[in-house]
Design a protein around this ligand. Structure first.
Ligand code: FES
Ligand SMILES: [Fe+2]
Length: 419
């Protein structure tokens, strides 16, 4: 196609039960997504715990753009664009560190960590210039929810709370797994690069149809009961929270098991310190419920995936090129739990882990597949006739149904149709 559809034409490519293959492969559509999604709505950037002290910084991204998340001397978190206001060079050369200022390597302009230009090299020659007009670019709006920092390039629009909507509760559900109610992002990131469109990854995260097949080898090797959660007889559900946020909710299965920590393949006895701290923090009954339910499996549109024990951040670089940044979740005040989280993360999605390797193979195969022009459409109709509403009014269906993909695409259409 290579022509971006007009607002009225997106419906020709996105139907309730199918989408056109060109949506994943057309470079012009990718450019339009940058404008209408990545550079407009709330996008997850980083976590406050990555910059705990004054002057800490960490380099993150919004789509292909490099963004420096800093904590300035006042303790405020800033999202600055990594682009010198002189001639465009990237001002920050390291992934993370502690610095009051950044000096551009090209001509040595220096910027404070709140973005202000504080000095030129050879200042004579700049008579009459106003330094305050030559600051680093900033992400227009910055807001955080329970430590998760989001940015939006749009000056106006929904608040972060409005964007998160019902999915905010999944983040609440995550942080309560810490006896202190806080997640820490301190385990370091692995980066997995795939030759695939970012939306194949987005959809895969809450696709409960594939694990029984794609991950049968790891479930077999690890002698894991996870496979059953995604079987035909599972009582787990998929949920569409609206705004593109989707979930696989495994709680019905874990509640049937009625065994604390079984979601994590372990027992209270094997984590006595953690269990004791949780009981002290929440009381016996509540701690037991939290530890039975486990952590959420939720995809916050468009790029933050909380995968029970890990966090993934999806970064699109080009129509057929994406990076998944992954880290083990760490819970404040839970060192014994955290050790296991890191170990299991290395085993499942580390360099030799099967789980992400299996998925990556699927995204890349899908991407190569959609380059074939016929039959043109991707079918997403599984479970359409058995959708229902949960007690809060969100659409839910069987764990293997394609409710998440349909929810993502209907929100995508509404974003792309906006001028
Ligand atoms: S490009 Fe940064 S100082 Fe010239
Ligand atoms: Fe998978």
């Amino acid at each position: 196609m290579n022509v971006v559809p007009r607002a009225s034409q997106w419906g020709e490519l996105i139907r309730p039960d199918r989408v056109h293959g060109s949506l994943y492969s057309d470079p012009a559509i990718f450019e339009a997504e940058l404008q209408n999604i990545w550079y407009r709505i709330w996008v997850y950037v980083g976590h406050e715990s990555e910059v705990p002290n004054a002057n800490d910084y960490v380099v993150k991204s919004i789509g292909p753009q490099s963004v420096i998340m800093t904590r300035d001397e006042q303790g405020k978190v800033n999202l600055l664009l990594n682009r010198c206001s002189h001639r465009g060079n990237q001002v920050c050369s390291y992934d993370r560190g502690n610095a009051r200022s950044f000096t551009c390597p090209f001509h040595s302009w220096t910027f404070a960590n709140d973005g202000r230009l504080v000095g030129y090299a050879f200042p004579d020659g700049y008579e009459g210039q106003d330094k305050s007009k030559l600051a680093l670019g900033r992400v227009t709006r910055v807001q955080s929810y329970r430590g998760f920092v989001f940015g939006s390039f749009a000056a106006e629009g929904p608040t972060l709370e409005e964007h998160l909507g019902g999915a905010a509760e999944t983040i609440d559900r995550l942080v309560r797994f810490s006896p202190e109610g806080e997640v820490e992002v301190t385990a370091g990131f692995l980066k997995h690069r795939v030759k695939a469109n970012w939306k194949f990854i987005l959809e895969n995260e809450c696709d409960g149809y594939h694990p029984a097949f794609v991950h049968s080898s790891i479930f077999g090797v690890a002698d894991s009961a996870i496979g059953k959660l995604y079987g035909g007889a599972s009582t787990a559900v998929t949920r569409d929270y609206g705004n593109g946020h989707t979930e696989i909710d495994l709680r019905p299965e874990f509640r049937k098991r009625d065994a604390p920590m079984s979601w994590f393949g372990t027992t209270e006895e094997r984590l006595p310190d953690y269990t004791a701290r949780m009981k002290a923090a929440y009381g016996d009954q509540k701690a037991r419920e939290i530890m039975i339910d486990g952590t959420p499996h939720v995809m916050i549109f468009p790029n933050l995936f909380i995968a029970e024990i890990q966090m993934f951040v999806i970064q699109p670089l080009a129509v057929d090129d994406s990076v998944q940044h992954v880290t083990a979740l760490q819970f404040k005040g839970a060192p014994d739990m955290n050790r296991r989280l890191r170990q299991q993360t290395m085993g499942s999605v580390g360099p030799a882990g099967l789980l992400l390797a299996d998925d990556s193979e699927m995204y890349e195969r899908c991407h190569r597949g959609v380059l074939a022009r016929i039959p043109e459409w991707i079918f997403l109709g599984r479970g359409e006739r058995r959708e229902r509403r949960d007690e809060l009014g969100f659409k839910v269906g069987h764990v293997t149904d394609e409710i998440p993909s349909r929810g993502i695409w209907s929100h995508y259409r509404s974003l792309m149709e906006k001028p």
